[in-house]
Design a protein around this ligand. Sequence first.
Ligand code: FAD
Ligand code: SF4
Ligand code: SF4
Length: 1018
Amino acid sequence: MNVLPHLSSLDNITPATRDFINKLRASEFTGDIEYSYSSRLAVATDNSIYQKTPQALVLPKSIEDIQHIAKSAHGNVDISFSARGGGTGTNGQSLTPGVVVDTSRYMKEILELNLEESWVRVQSGVVKDALNDFLAPHGYFFSPDLSTSNRATIGGMISTDASGQGSLVYGKTSDHLLGLEAVAVDGSLISTGPISLKEAQDIAQTGGVLGSIYQQVLNTCVEKRQAIIDKFPRLNRFLTGYDLEHAYDFESETIDIGRLIAGAEGSLAFIGEAKLNITKIPTFTTLVNIKYDNFESALRHAPSMIAANATSVETVDSKVLNLARADIIWHSVSSLISDVPNKAMDGLNMVEYNSENQDEITEKIALLTSRLDDEIAQNKNGVIGYQLTTDKADIKKIYAMRKKAVGLLGKSKGEKKPIAFTEDTAVPPENLADFIMEFRALLDAHGLDYGMFGHVDAGVLHVRPALDLCDPEQEKLVNVISEQVVSLVAKYGGLMWGEHGKGYRSEYVPAFFGQELYTELRKLKAAFDPHNQMNPGKICTPIETNFELVKVSDTKRATFDRQIPIAFKQSFEPAMSCNGNGLCFNYDVKSPMCPSSKITQDRRHSPKGRAGLIREWLYQLSKHNINPDNIAPSSFKHSLFSKVSNTWGKSHKTDFNFEVFEAMNGCLACKSCSSQCPVGVDVPDFRAKFLAIYYSKYLRPLKDYFVANVESLAPMMAKAPRLFNFLVQNKPSEWLLKNAIGYVDTPALSTPKLIERTLVKPYVVNNQHDLNQLASLSDEAKKQHVLIVQDPFTSFYDADVIEHLVKFLKNMGKTPVLLPFSPNGKPQHVKGFLDKFEKTARSTASFLSSVHQLGIQMIGADASLVLCYRDEYTKLLGNELTNFSVLTVTEWLKQHAHDFNLSGIQGSNTQYKLLAHCSEKTALPETEATWKQVFAQFGLQLNVEAVGCCGMAGTYGHEAEHLENSTGIYNLSWQAAAKVSQNEEIVVTGYSCRSQVKRFEKYRPKHPIEVLAAISAV
Ligand SMILES: Cc1cc2nc3c(=O)[nH]c(=O)nc-3n(C[C@H](O)[C@H](O)[C@H](O)COP(=O)(O)OP(=O)(O)OC[C@H]3O[C@@H](n4cnc5c(N)ncnc54)[C@H](O)[C@@H]3O)c2cc1C
Ligand code: SF4
Ligand code: SF4
């Protein structure tokens, strides 16, 4: 038997940090200061292979707050900082053992827009896509693109000088930087923008931090200009960090120190605000997807596309294409990149043309397509086909597929995972194909698997070789391959870092800048940051100091992961596979991805945060006396006495188990992560196991028992629904339920009860005899029957839906059959009652398997419970015991819609607005389109409304402790969507969502089947 030990922070906070925190607290700082172990761990990783636990995390709200942060460390040279935005760096740029200054929680304000002069001023924590959402109605966008645009911040983009698709035309972030409001390490403000040489010289005379910065810039960027020009390759992805070349504009004789801070990875100053140049959204766009027989053909063909004046050329190899094909994302692009009959499509170039003038595009496309037609006819250049897309929404979908490529690669099975360390090399585009062939040979020689994609127009190819870093021998390969790639890039006249910055690759900075210019970098660093407090070790160290650069061989996440026993890893596999790409930080409130992260803005409450905490928890358990071969929840036991004393004593406050619990407890178990995360990190899966183990040590709250037993209580209460509603729906009972159990807004049971409704009664199956009768039906008769699998929520609390489902099926000439209620078990799983869940799942799986033998289709009204049969049941019981199929209503409609008899159906003028359940639409992406299509068949107009999570998620929204967050989540996207105008009606597929709308809007929206049942009653 295992006992869950008391766990504590492994890294203690130093006296210098405590001193800094105390000073910051005493200042007028208005942001948050966090130093719990869990907060620190939440920012200990990014998308790189490294892990560094900081001392503390501070979250400023304004530029003044950043000044307070810097000033509180003044004179305390043991404090070092790393600014952080989305934390999506691929090379550990934002990782630090010092203090993290995170602008992403609060500094998200768009401060000023000037359309006449085409610029916008923003705080540094604004997410790139949020900025573009704001600019779009004005016809503008911030043009440098990057794959992480839905979570990367402007501060991070400037500091890594981000760019991506379209960089030939749109350039890099630094090309759009008009000015910065930054904070120096001593807390003084630095305002940047181009100034004349004379002004720069005057400032240089003033002394102080700013004076020495300008003096050094003049000494380096002006005096050494020729050496700088001679050194750097003439590439679209020019060398930044620090951008010696562009800080001095020879033509206009101006100095702009903002160009040095851009790309400096936070090693010179904190960026508080930025003034950015914005670009008009092109009116016309056409994307040509050119299909090839292999990747080399795609690469070799790309330069001619560039010569044909394309705005951008993106490429993906067969590996990425095949992974995309197996992912839900393919569903959105399959018709746009269809297969070529009898040919294997093993390479793809996406060639985009933009213009204000449609004729110009038409002309270019005509030239290109006639050339492509010739090439296809003559079997030339490996071109096997092409497809044009002009619809902007469709083009967005294709790029979304391309943007997901990294995540898709991360999904690969086995211990070896694609990792970033040589992933953004840039060479002159004309050298790219040869370079890549040699790069591939290099990786092949090490026997490595990899996928490739990228911006062929800029000579930037992304490649992530798959390695198992938990194997120390494979970890060594990171260094070996890095060295080899550095030489290879040099051979082809390119750069090691065409896009993602340097981070732990900073050890190669001297090689790329050369000794002379590297010395200049160090002098600049010393002028900005004499004591090496700003992201130390990144890019360079101050001149005349002995500080060291960070190195590729630095401490990696695998250093900890490899110490976790294999059985632990296997049991908590989803937490191990998170690669930190941060897609779960998606800023968009209308995306279902992680509602708890959105409402708290706390990284601990994201799938990534939760996965990181579980890994640390497993690591810590492995240091205690836990059986390394068995971490099954059932193997953990504490006596009742110890549970009581653990719960009532104060020790849980210092127990790291409790910190992990808090993060898990905030999860809604909505399962968006399991389908939306590119590597399928399924938090509810490991959360349930963690809770089961945690509650072996601590007492459970009463409400958990209430929730876990809801499926046995509901049928009992539903025997006398009016009586129970009377007992529960009154102020004293509500008070009692809230204060004694922690449960709020208990929904009313449906009256009259489902099985007594006149319409339903004839179709209720009560016993084996009835089932036997069904078994004796002919095959043809069976096809006309539909078995309805009951769930506790719809049957007992929202019986109208089942009643209308019965009615609809009847109207469609089917014979509905209401199966006896058999508990689903999901509420038990959600709360981590895994032993109870197993019993329920076994019994219901056995019942449904026996019903399955009848050969009649089964459907369930609540999709999230239907999905539980496929997911949690299968994981627990395996395929054999879950060899039955229950369809969601939507799936059933999709299968049968073509044979409905619709004669006499009149349609209606009402505009329906569909708000689909998040679990359903993320797991079954065809859901919304199916409803739209079926409604159209019935002469009804259905518009799909993009909404995120409603905040209810089963019973989460009814738990008093979650009420505030549940309400907040509802307000993010549902509140506005639930408002209807005249002649409009919303339809809502999820039971939880309907109850949430009812609770806040005081009306119950219909399930779409209710509308169809009414309209089909001819
Ligand atoms: C899947 C994936 C795809 C990617 N694709 C691209 C791509 O297409 N193009 C591209 O350019 N990059 C790409 N990246 C890399 C990364 O997204 C970019 O570097 C991005 O600009 C980082 O932004 P962030 O807000 O996440 O910054 P963070 O990762 O938080 O920080 C990055 C650096 O900026 C510094 N920084 C952050 N905020 C500030 C501030 N306020 N003041 C001073 N310094 C600050 C940090 O100290 C750190 O050095 C990709 C990464 C991933 C995981
Ligand atoms: S949980 Fe998934 S989406 Fe989030 S960082 Fe990890 S891998 Fe990326
Ligand atoms: S289940 Fe939902 S709330 Fe929980 S981590 Fe996943 S996305 Fe976030």
